[in-house]
Design a protein around this ligand. Structure first.
Ligand code: OMP
Length: 222
C-alpha cells in the first residue's frame, strides 16, 4: 500500500473520522467501520484533509476545469481542496456548491460560487450505494457543464443494486456509478486499503476479521 494512503488512514483515525465498532448505515447495513468527514473540524485538520485530497487528485491524472462540492458535506471539502490545489499544486481553479433548497430572493437559485462551466470534478466524502452522487448528476443535467469525475475520501467497495460486470461478477456502487455516468470515480483509500492497513498491525486482528466478514457479505473484490 502506498505511503500516502497510510498517512491518510493514520490521520483519519487520529481525528476519529475513521472508527471501528458497530454502525448503522444509510442503507440499513450494520457496518464494522464508519468514516465521518465531520470530525475534521479545526482549521488545521481541514487544511490537512484538503492537502490529502489534492495530492491524491493530482496523482489520479483526472483532467478538470473546476471543482464542485455537493451540499452539505461536500461544501467545506471543495473549499479546502480548492485552497490546497492552489497553494500546493499551482492550480488556481474556480469552485462552486449547491444549496439543498433553492433561494427565491437575493441572488436566487441553487448554485453558489463559480458558474458551472467545462468539466467539473465533484468532491464528496464517502460513496456507499451511490445515491448522493446520482442526485449530483441530476443537478448537472440542468447546466452546460459536465462531470469530469468524482473524488471521495473513502470507497467502501460495497455491492451495488443490480449491475454485474461482463464476466458476471457483481459491481460495486462506485463501478455502477462509473458505468451509468461514464466518468471515473476515485478515492484516497478503499475498504481494501483499510483491511491491508489493519493486516499490517497484528494487534488489530479483531477489527480486521470483522472488516473481512463484512466484505464477504456486502463487498466486491479490488
Ligand atoms: P450513498 O449515498 O449511499 O453513496 O452514501 C453516502 C453517504 O453515507 C455519505 O455521504 C454519508 O452520509 C453516509 N456514510 C458516511 O458518511 N460514512 C460511512 O462510512 C458510511 C456512510 C453510509 O451511511 O453509507
Amino acid at each position: 500500500m502506498k505511503n500516502y494512503k497510510k498517512h491518510f488512514l493514520r490521520f483519519a483515525e487520529e481525528r476519529q473520522a475513521l472508527k471501528f465498532g458497530e454502525f448503522t448505515l444509510k442503507s440499513g447495513r450494520i457496518s464494522p467501520y464508519f468514516f465521518n468527514a465531520g470530525t475534521f473540524y479545526t482549521g488545521e485538520a481541514l487544511a490537512r484533509l484538503g492537502r490529502h485530497y489534492a495530492d491524491a487528485i493530482v496523482q489520479s491524472g483526472i483532467e478538470f476545469d473546476m471543482l464542485f462540492g455537493p451540499a452539505y458535506k461536500g461544501i467545506p471539502l471543495v473549499a479546502a481542496v480548492s485552497v490546497a490545489l492552489a497553494e500546493h499544486h499551482g492550480r488556481d481553479l474556480p469552485w462552486a456548491f449547491n444549496r439543498k433548497e433553492a433561494k427565491d430572493h437575493g441572488e436566487g437559485g441553487w448554485l453558489v460560487g463559480a458558474p458551472l462551466q467545462g468539466r467539473a470534478l465533484v468532491i464528496d466524502d464517502v460513496i456507499t450505494a451511490g445515491t448522493a452522487i446520482r442526485e449530483v448528476a441530476a443537478l448537472f443535467e440542468k447546466t452546460e457543464a459536465s462531470i469530469a469525475g468524482v473524488f471521495v475520501a473513502v470507497d467502501r467497495q460495497e455491492r451495488g443494486q443490480a449491475a454485474t460486470s461482463a464476466d458476471g461478477k457483481p459491481l460495486s456502487a462506485i463501478q455502477e456509478v462509473e458505468q451509468s455516468l461514464g466518468v471515473p470515480v476515485r478515492s484516497i483509500v478503499s475498504m481494501g486499503d483499510i483491511i491491508t492497513w489493519l493486516e499490517e498491525q497484528p494487534e488489530r486482528e479483531a477489527d480486521r476479521a470483522a472488516m473481512q466478514s463484512y466484505r464477504e457479505q456486502y463487498g466486491v473484490d479490488d
